[in-house]
Design a protein. Structure first.
Length: 470
């Protein structure tokens, strides 16, 4: 087979070979040469669009595909590519239009139905998303991923029985698919099916795109055995909130192992310096551990085989570090309430965060509002504490001076719960597994009161319920 530099190849062919070999600048040079000679050369515009996609220059890629579409307006694949570029730019509404046109040209284009479904999910248009996923499943009845994606939309819509059936079919078609096992864990966990759900939870280490892969230590994983002379290395693997949630297990661990080490993100360390059950805390995993065993932190509930009735939930299990008062002296009897309204943004579809315009009504409450967002940007009427929230130890001192913490599902809620602070948790209609599907209380944090968004409602009715409760 001729290489990309073969003199027998046309500029188009050379450009294609260079792109396939990852030589993108050379590919563009050859393709531009081909287009200079023949501006309406459709394959060259398509190849150039693929080059720009590989560079992740989505506007440039879209421009190439739109030029190709002008040359071949009846090609649904080109419309699909245009929609994909809009999606990668984060403009899902713009992506829907070319995908709809592609479906008109080819109603059996399963990939486009799936793309449309995911775009509708982005806008919480779940009925429309389910309909599109169902079309994709009808066209690909043996595709495990199509069944799994339909089940995810059904789960978010509250159709648990239907979601379970889709998940079962996905696992039947692909029994070793980690995403299907993760989905089954999520279904079972939301319904409180513990300890049965924990086995599927361990599939998280095989999920594609995972940012915190399992470690490859030479020491064995701890399986819960008694080791009074041994040392256990715990390592954080997910977000700040997950780490804070699992620290409740430290007293139990102290009864089974001699020493406990913890590797945790640096902003948490000031909070953990004086935890009695921790013998050593560090921010980076050691290349050569001195421990006898290790365990990912989020695997603790599974190792202990815990159920809703046996989760360790005595609070506070973390203490406020010593330090000077942060807030000004309290004036009068108005309660001081802290609010965290934004998640970290780390989730691909983050339904946790409140739009700032929905917060305006809270100013009607006879309370003094303090913003608990470390990145700042407090709305009007909220005192911005971001300069004081330098780490989780400092944030804990702030919370200790508040009468109430109100938070969406983010690390602030876990910190307040771990400190035993009165906490109100604001949950979207599609909650994370740890908060269960229903209920106003949490098996993890007795002081937490849950306010749940209803299906098909925005955040404003929930905010009004919070205002009424205040």
């Amino acid at each position: 087979m001729s290489g990309p530099d073969s003199p027998t190849l046309t500029p188009l062919q050379r450009g294609q070979r260079c792109r396939e070999n990852g030589r993108l600048d050379e590919a563009e040079t050859h393709l531009r040469k081909a287009l200079a000679a023949e501006p309406a050369l459709l394959p060259a515009w398509l190849e150039l669009g693929l080059v720009e996609q590989m560079r992740e220059d989505w506007p440039a890629a879209r421009e190439c595909f739109e030029t190709a579409h002008a040359l071949d307006s009846a090609n649904p694949q080109i419309l699909n590519a245009i929609g994909y570029c809009w999606q990668r730019e984060g403009k899902f509404r713009e992506a829907i239009a070319p995908w709809r046109r592609a479906i008109k040209l080819d109603a059996n284009y399963a990939q486009v139905w799936q793309n449309l479904a995911l775009a509708h999910e982005h806008f919480n248009e779940l009925a429309e998303a389910i309909e599109c996923h169902q079309r994709a499943v009808a066209l690909q009845p043996e595709d495990a991923n199509a069944h799994r994606l339909l089940g995810m939309a059904q789960l978010d819509f509250g159709l648990h029985d239907a979601a379970r059936k889709c998940n079962a079919r996905a696992l039947e078609l692909a029994p070793d698919d980690p995403q299907a096992h993760w989905q089954r864990f999520f279904l079972r966990a939301l319904e409180g099916d513990f300890p049965g759900a924990w086995t599927d939870y361990e599939w998280r280490f095989k999920l594609p795109g995972r940012t915190t892969p399992d470690v490859d230590f030479k020491i064995p994983r701890w399986a819960g055995q008694s080791a009074p002379e041994g040392t256990l290395l715990l390592h954080a693997e997910q977000g700040f909130g997950d780490t804070l949630q699992m620290l409740r297990y430290l007293p139990r661990l102290a009864m089974r192992v001699g020493r406990v080490q913890l590797c945790a993100p640096r902003p948490l360390l000031p909070l953990l310096e004086n935890v009695p059950s921790l013998n050593e805390v560090f921010p980076h995993l050691p290349q050569t551990p001195t421990a006898n065993f290790h365990l990912p932190l989020m695997s603790l509930p599974g190792v202990f085989g815990d159920s809703l009735e046996t989760f360790p939930n005595e609070t506070p299990y973390l203490k406020v570090p010593p330090g000077d008062p942060v807030l000004p002296p309290k004036q009068g009897t108005r309660p001081r309430v802290g609010l965290a309204w934004n998640g970290s943004g780390a989730q691909p579809l983050d339904r946790r965060s409140l739009p700032t315009e929905a917060l305006a009504v809270l100013r009607k409450a006879e309370v003094d509002w303090f913003s608990l967002q470390p990145e700042g940007g407090a709305p009007e009427g909220f005192i911005d504490l971001s300069a004081q929230l330098t780490d989780f130890g400092a944030t804990a001192r702030v919370m200790d001076e508040l009468d109430l913490v109100v938070s969406v599902d983010t690390a602030a809620a876990h910190l307040a719960g771990a400190l035993g602070c009165p906490t109100w948790l604001l949950l979207s209609f599609a909650p994370d597994w740890r908060w269960l599907w229903t209920g106003e209380t949490s098996p993890w944090y007795p002081e937490v009161r849950i306010f749940r968004q209803e299906q098909n409602e925005d955040w404003r009715p929930l905010i009004r319920r919070v205002l009424q409760a205040l």
